[in-house]
Design a protein around this ligand. Structure first.
Ligand SMILES: [Zn+2]
Length: 209
């Protein structure tokens, strides 16, 4: 599957970053893990993968409640935009490879490709493309209470299997929960079994097993 992935996707190294075989193979293998049972067609909505040597500083603007626009910098290890290329920082991929599993799971490739799967229905809302409205309702019934419970735990300062960054919104919760599902599955399964089962039913995989 990784070789097919490499055949249909286009890698670009930017700012002089030189792509090597071990780099593109590492990205392809990790990108294929979530779709092992779903198939490569789940990644049909993009072609390009933009690789940076390190994290990228992106200038952002956000209006506040009274309409004042605040400028700030966001540091990105990766980014996925609807229909557009997936951006990844090689340093963030490389340095997370030997990571101990004490803290919350971290895998930037799985994170960004979870966003790709989430956006297949056109919306980055934490719900991937599902077959029908019944499946969407069933997804909501599990996802919403699991998301709320998780945010409560983070507010209380508890250790979570899922990266606290997931509190940013349902789309980030889906992405970081997917990281935990594949990187520290036993931990996720014991802490949020319903969330684990929901992801297992979507990805058609049982990594804890
Ligand atoms: Zn994200």
């Amino acid at each position: 599957m990784s070789s097919l992935f490499l055949d249909i996707k286009e890698f670009h190294g930017v700012n002089g970053f030189e792509l090597r075989n071990d780099i593109v193979v590492a990205v392809a293998a990790q990108a294929c893990l979530p779709i092992l049972k779903l198939g490569l067609s789940h990644y049909d909505n993009f072609v390009g993968i933009v690789m940076h040597a390190d994290s990228v500083v992106a200038p952002r603007e956000r209006p506040d409640d009274v309409g004042v626009v605040h400028a700030y910098d966001e540091i990105l290890a990766g980014e996925a935009v609807n229909g557009g290329p997936v951006m990844l920082s090689w340093n963030d991929i490389y340095s997370s490879a030997g990571q101990a599993c004490d803290g919350p799971a971290y895998n930037v490739v799985i994170h960004e490709f979870a966003h790709v799967l989430d956006m297949r229905d056109g919306l980055a809302d934490g719900m991937p493309l599902l077959p029908d409205s019944n499946a969407q309702r069933a997804w909501h019934d599990v996802f919403e209470p699991e998301f709320e419970k998780f945010c409560r735990w983070v507010d209380q300062g508890l250790d979570t299997a899922i990266d606290p960054y997931g509190c940013e919104g349902p789309e980030e919760f889906f992405a970081v929960a997917t990281e935990a599902f594949f990187v520290t599955p036993e931990k996720l399964k014991s802490q949020q079994p319903d969330m684990y089962r929901l992801l297992a039913s979507y990805y058609l995989q049982d990594p804890a097993e």
